[in-house]
Write a protein that binds this ligand. Structure first.
Ligand code: ZN
Ligand code: ZN
Length: 212
């Protein structure tokens, strides 16, 4: 009996406690890493423990706390790094941005390919759908698979992503949450960029920043 569910493991990485997710297909052991913000060694150790093969490195957005380990990871596992073009500015500025916050990271590489709204990324037999969810940053995306969504810094448990960073927009963020996330089934698990997971139903009911 083989589990049909996409498997998820979370690591909290880096000084800003970013959530990095490793997701994989139990059947053929293919996998992806979402938001490797730091701690490449820990991520690789976990990948080895799980005995899975990484096919992609994915970024929900280009802030350094979500892409800070991409350069190191790519040296160890040479797979495609995918992100939305709208955040290329942040990726290019990654090392400098980290330095402005007092942190040191290796300059993240240019994405091998840009992803867009509606794109499908295959993880073994599972499909991740790309939803463009700008607002926290212009190229912010969420990755949707059945009743799970990895939304980066768009929506948090009881909170939302900051919109006071460069190129952020509260109006856009609100629109993204309402039209792309709150329209998902209530039972959808929201894997956030920082802090605990939540569900769409819970946030629709209790999130004080964006009401359903
Ligand atoms: Zn961010
Ligand atoms: Zn973040």
């Amino acid at each position: 009996m083989v589990s049909q569910k996409l498997q998820v493991e979370m690591l909290i990485v880096g000084p800003l406690a970013s959530n990095c997710y490793i997701i994989w297909d139990d059947k053929n052991r293919t996998a992806a890493i979402i938001d490797p913000g730091e701690d490449a060694k820990d991520i690789i150790k976990k990948v080895d423990e799980l005995d899975i093969e990484i096919n992609y490195i994915l970024a929900t957005h280009g802030h350094f706390d979500h892409v800070g380990a991409v350069a190191q990871l790519k040296r160890e596992i040479d797979v495609e790094f995918l992100a939305h073009k709208g955040d290329f500015f942040f990726i290019e500025d990654g090392k400098n941005a980290a330095r402005r916050w007092g942190f040191i990271i290796d300059q993240p590489p240019k994405p091998d390919r840009f992803i867009e709204d509606g794109d499908i990324i295959k993880i073994g037999e599972h499909e991740l759908k790309v939803l463009h969810t700008p607002g926290h940053s212009p190229g912010g995306v969420s990755f949707l698979h059945n009743e799970m969504v990895f939304c980066g810094d768009t929506l948090f448990q009881g909170s939302i992503g900051r919109t006071d960073f460069r190129m952020g927009s509260f109006e856009e963020l609100k629109q993204s949450i309402k039209s792309r996330l709150y329209t998902l089934p209530d039972s959808t698990i929201v894997y956030t960029g920082h802090g605990p997971s939540t569900t769409i139903g819970t946030e629709k009911m209790f999130n004080p920043f964006v009401r359903a």
